[in-house]
Design a protein around this ligand. Structure first.
Ligand code: AMP
Ligand code: ZN
Length: 499
């Protein structure tokens, strides 16, 4: 198996990837809060982790990929307590059951994931389906002395955790005082907490709150950060390989997740933390709340003030892969137009590659160059999943393929072994690793079918002519002609083309 290196947000360093159990990878990625249509920024993060999932599998790991659905506890403004639940608010506004809201936007989310050819995770657990696990975790945290109950709500004791465990603030890389100041500015219902930096694990529901469950402390609902701690522990164990999400989740969400896990079992949840960077629109973070966003449907149809035309989902996916997942990516009309050209160039090269054939056996300089590029693309992916660089290698290979196709490079200078390796690698990268839809691959299937049928027809015509069955031969030619297919008889045999 090739050696993989990843950038660990926790150490802020590139590290060799050594899974906890050889051959197996447990990966947890924070999924969407299903209270509105998924926006392109979300899609970028899930595309990044889709490629990571695909590449880990390609390397030969058996991957258990858990990506949750947040359907309770995520409050307006991402505040800790005192805000209205995003899903409950939508349910009130649209006069729906909260679970209708959840179902509606989960369906939309799944459809969008399919549109972008993002593979489903191995497990997609929902927060509301894991209330017992969350209550259980709170009990453990209380038993370990890191949480306290007050007026039916339970809060994590952040100062105590900071004093006893040297862990808080490590992931977001910021000094604890700054984090605490930020929490102070953010939070309401401060009077209940022993310290403003304490965060809610269980919140007592007031009379109007829609989603509520029984617990030892009150009828209420869990805090937002708790679901990920409880569900990652349930499906991947208390210590697992990879935890991912967007960089905007580092604080408070992931920092608090680590605190909860350590508070419950004294062990750090993930060995490697991977964070995908933000999608920008014309230089500013894409965000629905300040109107700086494009919805995927608008991108496909082109109905947006930011776009001159619509773009196919696979062009958008390709556009996302052109940047490394840890870099910001700026969505502009010009960048999409350029991505469309780049995508078409790769796909054209793929089609031309299928038509290349050689019987040569000796290896040459060209063989060397091609093999080095293929290996380079794998090395780029092994270096923290650098899709941008790997795509660069595929473009260099496309130049070679085009030159072989138009005769600038000689096919005799390429061994059949290297050509087979190139076909295999190109297919693997485009479709298996980058997940660039198989519309071309299925088009290829159709092309193969048409080629096969045409060869059959040409053979039948040849037979008819040999038997002097002129009626049949003419009928075949005329029917093909009506279908705009031209048949040419040359000294090397019969060829066909579309008029
Ligand atoms: P949410 O539904 O807001 O909880 O977010 C779901 C996922 O999308 C999280 O992992 C976020 O980090 C990510 N996300 C939100 N906005 C953006 C953005 N502009 N670019 C990339 N990822 C984003
Ligand atoms: Zn999460």
């Amino acid at each position: 198996m090739r050696k993989l290196y990843v950038h660990n947000s926790l150490s802020r360093q590139r590290e060799a990837f050594d899974p906890i159990t050889e051959g197996y990878v447990g990966m947890y990625v924070c999924g969407p809060t299903v209270y509105s249509d998924v926006h392109l920024g979300n899609c970028r993060t899930f595309t990044s982790f889709d490629v990571i999932f695909r590449f880990l599998k390609h390397l030969g790991y058996k991957v258990r990929y858990v990506r949750n659905i947040t359907d309770v506890g995520h409050l307006e403004g991402d505040v800790d307590v005192g805000g209205e639940d995003k899903i409950a608010k939508k349910a009130r506004l649209e006069q729906l059951e909260p679970m209708e809201v959840v179902q509606k936007y989960s369906n939309g989310f799944q459809q969008m994931m399919e549109t972008f050819n993002i593979l489903p995770p191995s497990i997609e657990p929902r927060a509301t389906g894991h209330i017992l696990e969350q209550i259980d975790m709170i009990k453990k945290i209380i038993a370990n002395g890191f949480a306290y109950e007050i007026n039916g709500s339970v809060y994590f004791d952040t100062p105590k955790f900071i004093a006893e465990e040297d862990a808080y603030g490590k992931l977001s890389g910021r000094v604890v005082d700054d984090l605490l100041q930020e929490t102070r500015d953010n939070l309401k219902r401060q009077d209940e907490k022993r310290d403003p930096s304490d965060f809610a694990l269980w919140i007592k529901a007031d009379a109007t709150h829609l989603m509520r469950w029984e617990s030892p402390w009150s009828t209420g609902f869990p805090g937002w950060h708790l679901e990920c701690s409880a569900m990652s522990t349930k499906y991947l164990g208390p210590h697992f390989d990879i935890h991912g999400g967007g960089t905007d989740l580092k604080f408070p969400h992931h920092e608090n997740e680590i605190a909860q896990n350590m508070g419950a079992c004294k062990c750090t949840p993930a060995k490697y933390w991977l964070h995908a960077n933000m999608l920008l629109l014309n230089g500013k973070k894409m965000s629905k709340s300040d109107g700086n966003s494009v919805m995927p449907q608008q991108l496909f149809s082109g109905e947006s003030e930011h776009l001159s035309k619509g773009f196919a989902p696979m062009v958008v996916r390709f556009f996302m892969l052109q940047a490394h997942y840890r870099s910001t990516l700026d969505l502009t009309n010009d960048a999409l137009l350029a991505a469309e050209k780049g995508y078409q160039r790769l796909m054209e090269a793929y089609k031309s590659l299928q038509r290349l054939d050689t019987k040569a056996e000796a290896t040459t300089e060209l063989d060397q160059e091609i093999s080095t590029l293929i290996e380079g693309a794998y090395q780029d992916m092994c270096d923290d999943f650098n899709t941008a660089k790997a795509l660069g290698k595929l473009f260099e290979l496309a130049t070679k393929i085009n030159a072989l196709h138009n005769g600038q490079l000689k096919l005799e200078d390429l061994s059949s072994k290297t050509l087979a390796a190139l076909k295999e690698a190109y297919h693997t990268f485009l479709f298996d690793i980058f997940g660039l839809e198989s519309s071309v691959a299925s088009a290829k299937g159709e092309e193969e079918l048409i080629d096969g049928l045409m060869n059959l027809i040409i053979d039948l015509r040849k037979g008819a002519r040999e038997n002097k069955d002129w009626g049949m031969a003419d009928k075949i030619r005329d029917t093909l002609s009506a279908l705009a297919v031209q048949v040419k008889d040359g000294k090397d045999g019969t060829t066909w083309s579309k008029k």
